[in-house]
Design a protein around this ligand. Sequence first.
Ligand code: ATP
Length: 218
Amino acid sequence: MKTFAVIGLGRFGSAIALELSALGHEVMAVDINEDKVQQVADKVTHAVTADARKLEVLQALGLRNFDCAVVAMGGDVGNSALVTLNLKELGIPKVVCKAQSHVHRKVLEKIGADRVIFPEYEMGQKVAQGLSSSNVLNFIEFSEDYGIVELAVPQSWQGKTLRELDVRNAYHVTIIALRGGEGGTLNVSPRADVPMREGDNVVALGRSEDINRISEVD
Ligand code: ATP
């Protein structure tokens, strides 16, 4: 179990707070708006109405001892930057922030956010990846250059092993897992001599252009 503080209980923050709580973590949910706090109060460990822009408020809440804080106030760049700065000053090891634009993302990264999420942009990319190929089931971008994709095994790969396909040399990606059909078991770091079947999924790690290439295989 870890300790999380979630600051800002809009759609994004409340979803994070409720999910972390459901996963068994200790969650302190903070919002300046009493109604927002009440909406999650009985589902999280602590729910507090407070103005998170004030360093003394963050100190009084004991946030310095938390493992991770999520700044989910996207609406006002200045406020979210101020809260992020104060949380890093307190020494919280991991501060995750929501951005509402590329400039906002840059500001948060510059002042020390450990991870910046731009939900609308990232979700748009995922949807585009999914739409561009009927095989793509999931896509995670690591950086501008690298990502992980989960694909339905292309027809031309069915019945063949990773060794036969020589995937690493032919496509310059690493297959990090195979999933046996929908909802099936995940075989992490699969052996090269396991044949892939119709209905299986492959999870591949690689450069974005190489991932795009295997996403197009029929
Ligand atoms: P959503 O997650 O719904 O997209 P958003 O990114 O548009 O939200 P806002 O609606 O601006 O962001 O803020 C999210 C929440 O943060 C709101 O519930 C708001 O009351 C809360 N909030 C704003 N300022 C503060 C503050 N100074 N201290 C604590 N909470 C705040």
